[in-house]
Design a protein around this ligand. Structure first.
Ligand SMILES: *Cc1c(COP(=O)(O)O)cnc(C)c1O
Length: 393
């Protein structure tokens, strides 16, 4: 008999009832160190007092009015995002998937209005992840996600990661945009080198097409900059954001330049919940923290500390781990043992990590984790790795 919750997830037998900073407390009282942060969502950790205050204050005043009316918290958050990014304008969504939907619509509408309606194709990359809607799975294109769900939304081309020649050959008079994650998350924490992102920007400028960055996972401070593309010193035309921006409250956004967004006039797009007062009150509080001048330097300091210790862990367990990769606090441990086994051994050692493709485990801790949390992370990961070694004999 089908479970009452549609069984599309293989869930671990863990039930968390409370969160505190980098820690999750299981119903039986065990304390787990959370290096997954709900898949890069709880950027400020669990139950951050400022986010709890922002949410409860808004909850006591007003939950929802719809986008038929002015929403001051939405305006406030949009102004903050515009002030701290390349963007001139923002549309709020409830998820990364919805951000992907709008990014694609926006790119196509841009060229439609520019008198180039034939430019509808989006070039995307193997190993990418852009959400689970019909457009999102068509954009990612992997068989794992698309099989059985056809016919797929047309207009996507998929290229191998890093194949420059194929990329140049793929751009033609039907191309509207290149869509890419500056650091692939689900794909196994694969950072796009800065010079490649620079090259993509130059290529888009040269060909007169748009650059769409999916920063749903790598954005919002995750790599040590507010947005990952800042490391390369270039900006996109359209950017998708979600996950960390709500700190755990469902919130996403599409940020765009005025030129890219020009076609999105009244009536062309909408969302009942998108940008609602609750989500934007929390998002605004998240932005206040992340734009505090001390915040990102601290993230970078913690990130190098964690990375350095992870290098030691990998060296100490060559049968279990192969390498550390990633950027900032978006780190991956490429495994030699089966990544699922390492994640399960982590559960027994009371530490949470998230599996990814390419036999990687992802470490996406709260950006606020402490030095003690980092030390504890290494102790627990070491314990997990030792367990695996014992099973290898
Ligand atoms: C998680 C993710 C998405 C989808 O976001 P949802 O909020 O799950 O819809 C899209 N792109 C990337 C890069 C992601 O990591």
């Amino acid at each position: 008999m089908i479970p009452s919750v549609l069984p599309t997830y293989n869930r671990a037998p863990l039930t968390f009832v409370k969160g505190e900073g980098s820690w999750l407390i299981e119903a039986d009282g065990r304390r787990f160190l959370d290096l997954g942060a709900g898949i890069a969502v709880n950027a400020l950790g669990h139950a951050h007092p400022d986010l709890v205050a922002a949410l409860t204050e808004q909850a006591g005043a007003l939950w929802h009015t719809s986008n038929l009316y002015q929403i001051p918290k939405q305006q406030e958050l949009a102004d903050k995002l515009v002030a701290h990014s390349f963007a001139d304008t923002v549309f709020f969504t409830n998820s990364g998937t919805e951000s992907c939907e709008l990014a694609i619509k926006m790119a196509r509408k841009h060229f439609y209005d520019a008198g180039q309606p034939e430019r509808t194709d989006i070039i995307a990359f193997e190993g990418s992840f852009h959400g689970r809607s019909s457009a999102g799975i068509a954009a990612a294109g992997s068989e794992k996600m698309t099989k059985g769900f056809g016919p797929l939304l047309p207009g996507f081309k998929h290229l191998a990661w890093g194949d420059h020649e194929a990329l140049h050959a793929a751009i033609d008079e039907r191309t509207a945009a290149i869509l890419i994650e500056p650091v692939q998350g689900e794909g196994g924490i694969r950072p796009l080198p800065d010079h490649c992102l620079k090259g993509l920007r130059a290529l888009c400028d040269d060909k007169g097409i748009l650059l769409i960055l999916d920063e749903v996972q790598c954005g919002m401070g995750r790599t040590g900059r507010l947005f990952a593309h800042e490391w390369a010193g270039v900006t996109p035309d359209i950017m998708m954001v979600a996950k960390g921006i709500g700190g755990g409250f469902p919130l996403g956004a599409v940020l765009a330049t005025e030129a890219a967004a020009a076609g999105m006039t009244a009536g062309t797009h909408g969302s009942t919940y998108g940008g609602n007062p609750l989500g934007c009150a929390v998002g605004s509080a998240v932005m206040d923290h992340m734009t505090d001048p001390d915040f990102l330097p601290e993230v970078n300091r913690k990130a190098s500390l964690l990375r350095q210790k992870l290098e030691g862990l990998v060296a100490a367990h060559p049968q279990v781990f192969e390498e550390v990769r990633g950027s900032g606090l978006m780190l991956g441990l490429k495994c030699k043992a089966l990544n699922a086994d390492v994640v399960n051994a982590g559960y027994r050692a009371l530490v949470l990590a998230v599996p990814a493709a390419d036999n990687v485990i992802r470490l996406l801790p709260p950006l606020t984790l402490s030095e003690e949390d980092i030390a504890e992370a290494i102790v627990r990961l070491d314990k997990a790795a030792t367990q695996i070694e014992q099973t290898l004999g």
